[in-house]
Each structure stands twice: as structure tokens, then as C-alpha cells.
Design a protein around this ligand. Structure first.
Ligand code: ATP
Length: 327
């Protein structure tokens, strides 16, 4: 993003009215140029009000992502593992950005964006990513081959997000296999894991996370299932978005470290305690058919166990499966 746009955003972040003339004088721009930049911000999805005689404002103000604030809020050991935290105003998707970025063994790359124009869920679904409202973060790292956690990585990240939520005071978050975090039966966060690498070589994982912090109602209308945001659970938390980002990244890194040190089974036990589908009648959507049964937790690989008739358990890997509570 151009620095002029960033400059304008920082001035509007206080939530107060600023006249076009005042902004123009402060930024060395004509009023017409200020108007052009305001239009661009609106194009990114930011609700900039304009009131005749008073000027422009963003009602409620903005807490903008700040690379150095996030970096400083990270504990030293995480800072050392992360080469750098890159923050963008707008990206097609944070995970797509990291896909081609090289990472050295033991190092992680972190990327955040204020908005994603092509935010993704699983299997081509869309992740609604309004501007300066939520957290859209991706982390890339190299997995060692012996660390066979491919099937369970999204579950491990779900546990990390629930640990973060507990830390900020939300005790009743749950996980929905394989990649979502729910509170009060509404989706608060989603995880998207993508792998790439060469045959017999190291495998890179890109962990994409969307965590709703303060969803504008107009953006929420675009989501076709129940959703919730952090600010409605903990009013005022949206002001601390940078700290929440830092805690999210740090919590994910510590779960990954625990898994590298042989703690996968332990983390999956924690996952089982958070399992919102456990013992419920569910419907599984497979590529060509539907299966009904009772959700019976997960196995050691993180596959979903479904009990069909006569107590028979069948395991499903996450790839092509979507699961819904039976209505
Ligand atoms: P699955 O069980 O297959 O994971 P899912 O519908 O939750 O099913 P995902 O790929 O995990 O699919 O997530 C994408 C879906 O999440 C979208 O289709 C939409 O219903 C919902 N969604 C999109 N953006 C958001 C958001 N910001 N907050 C909450 N939910 C969202």
C-alpha cells in the first residue's frame, strides 16, 4: 500500500472527524486528492463516513496492525524463530503470499494482512475478510518427515487457538473437526492447512488462520453460517488486535514445539476435551455420497471416527470430508 494511504489511515484511526482541508494541509495534498484516497480506502471495504461541514471519520476508530508492536509483544524465543513478521494492508490471501516464500529449517515466516481479497476456506470456499476488522494470519514452516503430523496439523492449531481464547478469558470454545473453532455454536475462527514440497524432501506447511475480532455487520451478512467475533465476547478487545496477533502466533509456535518434542498425543487428548461433535448425530459429506452416524471422537492420526450401525467405527481423513450436525 502506498504510504499516503497508510498516512491517511493513521489519521482516521482516532475515530474523529477530519475535514478534507485539514487532511490535505497535513498531508500536502489537494482536497480532490484526499477524496481520491478516501475512495480507495472505501474500495478496500473500510466504512469511511463523510458528513458535510465536518469531514471524514471512521466511526469507532481503528486499531491498525503494526509490525513492530506485534514483534515487540512476542516473547524472545518466538522472536528468534520468526525471521520477520510481515504486515500488509491488502493481499489476495496471506497463505498464497507465503506459498512461494522460502523458509530455512527451524525458522518460520509469518504474514498478516488487514484484508484479503481472495481469503480462502477449504475446497475453494471463501473466507470473509473485511478491512482492519479481524485477524488473517499465515505461518510457514518446514516439517521434518519423521514428524508425521500431516493429518492432525489442523487439529493441533485448533487447540492452539482454544488455548489463546482461554488465556483471554473465553472458557467455552470448542473445536469442530477438522479445522474450525466455535463459541456458542457460532464460528469464531477457521484454519486452512496447505502442504508443499518435493518427493522425499522436506515438506513445507502453510498454516492459515482467520480469527474474527470485530466483524462489521455488513461483512457478517456475507457469511452463510452462524459466526461470532471476539469483541462481542470480550468488549473492547478489538483495541488490542496487535497483542492478540502476537499471542496467536506465539501460542501456535508453542503447540508446534510441543508436537516436535513428542507431544502430539497429549495435544490430541486436549482436542478431545474440546470436541463439539462428540457423541452427536452427524452427516458427513463425501465427494459422491453422504454418510450419517454418531461422532465418536478421533483416532491417533486425527481422523474422525464415526459409529455407524452395530457399533462399527469408521475413520475419515479430513481431505474431502465436511461434517455437519444432523438436523
Ligand atoms: P468444513 O466442515 O468443511 O470445514 P465449513 O463450511 O466450515 O465446513 P471452511 O472451509 O472451514 O468450511 O470455511 C469456509 C466457510 O466458513 C465459508 O463457506 C463460510 O460459511 C464460513 N465463513 C467464511 N468467512 C467466515 C468468517 N470470517 N467467520 C466465520 N465463518 C466464515
Amino acid at each position: 500500500m502506498e504510504s499516503i494511504q497508510q498516512n491517511l489511515l493513521q489519521r482516521l484511526a482516532d475515530g474523529r472527524f477530519h475535514s478534507g482541508q485539514e487532511l490535505g494541509e497535513q498531508m500536502g495534498l489537494t482536497r480532490a486528492a484526499v477524496w481520491k484516497y478516501i475512495r480507495e480506502l472505501r474500495g478496500l471495504g473500510l466504512a469511511v463516513q463523510s458528513v458535510r461541514g465536518r469531514g471524514y471519520r471512521v466511526a469507532g476508530g481503528l486499531s491498525l496492525l503494526d509490525e513492530s508492536a506485534i514483534h515487540q509483544a512476542l516473547p524472545e524465543n518466538s522472536r528468534q524463530r520468526i525471521g520477520c513478521v510481515e504486515v500488509f494492508t491488502s493481499l489476495p490471501s496471506t497463505s498464497s503470499y507465503l506459498k512461494d516464500k522460502p523458509v530455512r529449517p527451524g525458522q518460520v515466516a509469518v504474514c498478516l494482512a488487514e484484508t484479503q481479497t481472495q481469503g480462502r476456506g477449504r475446497r475453494g470456499r471463501h473466507w470473509v475478510s473485511p478491512f482492519a476488522a479481524n485477524i488473517y494470519a499465515s505461518i510457514k514452516l518446514q516439517l521434518s518427515l519423521e514428524q508425521n503430523i500431516y493429518g492432525s496439523l489442523s487439529l493441533l492449531i485448533g487447540v492452539a487457538i482454544c488455548r489463546l481464547l482461554k488465556e483471554v478469558g473465553i472458557q467455552d470454545a470448542s473445536v469442530k473437526w477438522p479445522n474450525d473453532v466455535f463459541v456458542n455454536n457460532a464460528k469464531l475462527a477457521g484454519v486452512l492447512i496447505e502442504f508443499n514440497g518435493e518427493a522425499n524432501g522436506p515438506v513445507n506447511a502453510v498454516i492459515g488462520m482467520g480469527l474474527n475480532v470485530r466483524m462489521p455487520p455488513s461483512a457478517g451478512e456475507q457469511i452463510d453460517q452462524d459466526w461470532i467475533d471476539l469483541d462481542s465476547l470480550i468488549p473492547g478487545v478489538a483495541r488490542h488486535r496487535n497483542r492478540v496477533c502476537a499471542r496467536l502466533v506465539d501460542t501456535v509456535l508453542s503447540v508446534l514445539e510441543q508436537s516436535e518434542q513428542g507431544g502430539v498425543a497429549e495435544i490430541l487428548t486436549e482436542w478431545r476435551e474440546l470436541d463439539m461433535l462428540f457423541d452427536r448425530e452427524v452427516v458427513l459429506q463425501l465427494p459422491n455420497r453422504q454418510i450419517s452416524g454418531r461422532a465418536a471422537g478421533i483416532n491417533a492420526q486425527g481422523h474422525l471416527l464415526i459409529e455407524q450401525s452395530e457399533g462399527q467405527l469408521v475413520a475419515f481423513a479430513s481431505g474431502e470430508v465436511s461434517v455437519r450436525v444432523a438436523s
